[in-house]
Design a protein around this ligand. Structure first.
Ligand code: SF4
Length: 261
């Protein structure tokens, strides 16, 4: 469903990248705890034997806690089912594990773009499996990047998308039609600051966002806990220039989350 023009890797493979990196981060953290705990134990034993026991208990609790949250996250990704605490753990994945993956991935030959792509795919799957209640249209925001607008168009659609004269030369026209049909909010942002302002103004319960890997990832990160379903744009003329989006994909996402009655 969510396959961009830039990365046609099947979604199962993209999930594997995320799960693989998550497993590796878990293993590295465990090695760090074991080695750090062992070194600390030697030092603490000289100070007081009781401190060694305290250090071992802290290391044990950290191990159990991290094993638990990473196991739940991996199982919910594999089975695409919401398990206990998945929502809170998704937050940890966004805030803690994603930055670590962006550091680790390129060192293993996986570009940041592919890491982000796998994260967006995984995030979308978790949102689909975890949503229990359909969302009323007035609480859904369709957030678009400025680069979807035709580069030579003079209309100031970032001030108000109603300024589009609907000439049909870019996807904005079709997306406005979609927003009108479903009665949802739609807005265009030039960057993170304006996107955050739009989100503050509209106070949506869910955002369906179109952007590149980098902007979608930072958007998902910045707006958490508001769920963001990410749709990658297509860049036939290169980044940030006359980009496109599959409007059918946007429509499918809306139909998944929108309350229609
Ligand atoms: S549909 Fe036409 S008027 Fe509207 S933003 Fe695109 S190019 Fe400009």
């Amino acid at each position: 469903m969510n396959i961009s023009a830039q990365d046609k890797t099947p979604h199962v493979s993209r999930k594997r990248i995320f799960i693989g990196l998550l497993g590796l981060i878990f293993a590295l953290i465990m090695v760090f705890i074991l080695v750090g705990g062992w070194v600390a134990t030697i030092g603490l034993n000289h100070l007081h034997p009781g401190l060694t026991l305290i250090a071992q208990i802290i290391a044990g609790i950290t191990f159990i806690f991290l094993s638990g949250i990473i196991s739940v996250l991996i199982l919910s990704i594999i089975f695409e089912k919401e398990l206990p605490f998945t929502h809170k753990i998704r937050g940890l994945g966004i805030k803690l594990f994603l930055p670590l993956m962006e550091i680790l991935g390129p060192r293993l030959g996986i570009s940041k773009e592919r890491v982000r792509n796998s994260f967006i795919e995984t995030n979308n799957r978790l949102l689909i499996s975890g949503h229990r209640h359909k969302i009323p249209p007035e609480r859904i925001l369709l957030l678009l990047p400025h680069c979807l607008q035709m580069a030579d168009c003079q209309r100031r659609i970032t001030t108000s998308i109603a300024n589009c004269k609907r000439c049909g030369k870019c996807n904005i026209d079709n997306l406005i039609t979609l927003a009108e049909n479903y009665n949802i909010h739609i807005a265009v942002a030039t960057g993170g600051t304006l996107a955050r302002k739009i989100v503050r103004d509209h106070r949506p319960r869910m955002i369906i966002a179109v952007a590149c890997e980098r902007d979608l990832t930072s958007g998902i990160h910045d707006t958490f806990p508001i769920p963001v379903y990410g749709i990658l744009n297509q860049r036939p003329e290169g980044p940030c220039w006359n980009t496109l989006v599959d409007t059918i994909e946007v429509k499918k996402a809306l139909q998944t989350f929108l309350r229609t009655k």
